[in-house]
Design a protein around this ligand. Structure first.
Ligand SMILES: C[S@@+](CC[C@H](N)C(=O)[O-])C[C@H]1O[C@@H](n2cnc3c(N)ncnc32)[C@H](O)[C@@H]1O
Length: 240
């Protein structure tokens, strides 16, 4: 976005008088014995600028990056951290299928929604859902190690998630959003049990290659609202 930057030049006495009456900060550009040159982002009544230039205001998001010093990480306040133990479960965030879900969750999930994460692994998607403002989050997995890892990671991230050993047939309720990063073969067996588990939005990933996407779509009989890919891995958004 472009803004007008007003450059003024006053004697030091005039400048300090002005500062006292102005009551806000100014950007001092240069100072000499007989002058102070300074800038404001608004015109001042009674003062004539020496020039007005157009400047682009850069958003802090485009400047500040996470800073790592050895084992400490300093994060800008808008970054939402998800801390994951490198244990025995799938879901460190390195895999494309997980990253597709993390991206789509940020686009789809609205604060206050309930979320079901099928095949939670480390709990990475469940924890991310909480960070994005989800209300109730249920995370299930058939692997006891994953359930243990998910519980540990939820605690580490100070978020409340129900992490249960189980599969879709064990879930009785329906959730606003279903996220499932599984595999085509698992979807072949499970989709009929999963379609009743979401009220309106599903994020599905773990599909490798276009042929898997085609087969999955004919299996679920829905038109995808979004299709994303990373290195031939696909993530879909479905809406009913
Ligand atoms: C590819 S990992 C995904 C982990 C994590 N959600 C992520 O996105 O990185 C798939 C997980 O699904 C679990 N899983 C496989 N079959 C399942 C089933 N029938 N019901 C629930 N979880 C299942 C596996 O144990 C594994 O932890």
């Amino acid at each position: 976005m472009l803004f007008d930057k007003y450059i003024y030049k006053l004697s030091p006495e005039e400048f300090y008088d002005f500062l006292t009456s102005y009551g806000k900060g100014v950007e001092v550009l240069s100072e000499g014995e007989s002058f102070v040159e300074f800038a404001l982002y608004e015109p001042v009544k009674g003062l004539k600028p020496v020039k007005v230039i157009k400047v682009e205001i850069i958003k802090p998001e485009n400047v500040y990056r996470p800073i790592r010093v050895k084992n400490l990480m300093v994060l800008p306040s808008w970054i939402k951290p998800v801390v994951i133990r490198q244990g025995g479960a799938f879901g460190t965030g390195l895999h494309e299928s997980t990253r597709l879900c993390l991206g789509l969750l940020q686009e789809e999930l609205k604060p206050g929604w309930s979320v079901l994460d099928v095949g939670t692994g480390t709990g990475i998607l469940a924890i991310a859902s909480k960070r994005l403002g989800a209300d109730r989050v249920l995370a299930i997995d058939i692997d006891p190690v994953a359930v243990e890892e998910c519980r540990h990671n939820a605690e580490e991230n100070c978020v409340e998630i129900e992490c249960l050993l189980g599969e879709p047939k064990d879930v009785r309720e329906s959730f606003d959003l279903l996220v499932a990063n599984l595999e085509l073969d698992i979807f072949r067996h499970l989709w009929s049990k999963m379609e009743r588990l979401f009220k309106h939005t599903a994020i599905v990933s773990g599909l490798y290659g276009k042929e898997s996407v085609r087969e999955f779509l004919s299996l679920c009989g829905l038109k995808p609202a979004k299709i994303r890919s990373l290195k031939n891995w696909y993530g879909l958004v479905l809406r009913i």
